[in-house]
Design a protein around this ligand. Structure first.
Ligand code: PMT
Length: 225
């Protein structure tokens, strides 16, 4: 492994969806496959980093055995695992599509279909990236994602600041070749000084390289100070 700035760095990556139980047989979730986060995990491991992947429920798994995978189901599980691993991490990358809400009181028995309308009351889940953004030490680096259904750059900029990220990767569902489950993505990397890098459509593996190149540049400029 070449001597890159990521060699031996501890990188924590959240990826995939979360599942929020309604009852023992049903849940609320989203379409994330974990591909984007797994691609970043592979690329970081290839660059010599010690990778911990905190992965929500998905059929996919990383192929490199050097990646330590922590399997989680709900947002609360992901939050607990992320808090544990963040303490030792040099870098945290938040690519998971965490459910923002969960059923307030999951039923302990299967819900019977005897009502025409069944309302489920939802309560907010912890925001993992925001919580850990508050714990972030000066020597740690945080990268987040923003998934929007419109252009979304304003909203991504707000997330960058609210979550105390070093940069954010904006992808939008407006692009047919971007987002959930696809092998490709198209993104805008937005930095704290308002600089932005727009990528064309490319494989998630290639985008992972671009994201980690930017991270290496940030680490390089900080270490040379
Ligand atoms: O998994 P794939 O099928 O490959 O799809 C990839 C992807 C589209 C899921 C990925 O590229 C992506 O955009 N991930 C973030 C999805 C998302 O939930 O975005 P958001 O804008 O709602 O969240 C903003 C940021 O806060 C994200 O870094 C997210 O991980 C984090 N977050 C959000 C809510 C929450 N409760 N906790 C969090 O940590």
């Amino acid at each position: 492994i070449p001597n890159t700035p990521l060699k031996n760095k501890k990188i924590m990556i959240t990826a995939g969806p979360t599942q929020e139980a309604i009852d023992p047989v049903r849940y609320i979730s989203n379409h994330s496959s974990g591909k984007m986060g797994i691609s970043i995990a592979h690329e970081a491991a290839k660059r010599g980093a010690q990778v911990t992947l905190i992965l929500g429920p998905t059929a996919l798994k990383p192929e490199l055995s050097s990646i330590r995978t922590v399997h989680v189901s709900s947002a609360q599980d992901m939050f607990e695992a992320a808090k544990t691993h963040h303490k030792q991490a040099d870098v945290a990358i938040f690519s998971a599509a965490v459910a923002d809400y969960r059923p307030e009181k999951p039923a302990t028995e299967k819900i019977k279909k005897d009502q025409q309308v069944y309302a489920v009351s939802l309560v907010k889940n912890p925001d993992i990236a925001q919580y850990l953004g508050k714990q972030k030490r000066t020597e740690q680096f945080h990268i987040g994602f923003a998934l929007e259904t419109d252009e979304g750059s304003e909203s991504a900029k707000n997330k960058l600041l609210n979550k105390n990220l070093d940069f954010i990767v904006l992808n939008t569902l407006l692009d047919p070749e971007a987002g959930f489950q696809k092998d490709t993505n198209k993104a805008t990397l937005i930095f704290r000084n308002d600089e932005a890098i727009k990528t064309p459509v490319m494989t998630k593996e290639k985008l992972a390289k671009i994201i980690l190149n930017q991270l290496e540049t940030l680490i390089g400029t900080t270490e040379n100070k």
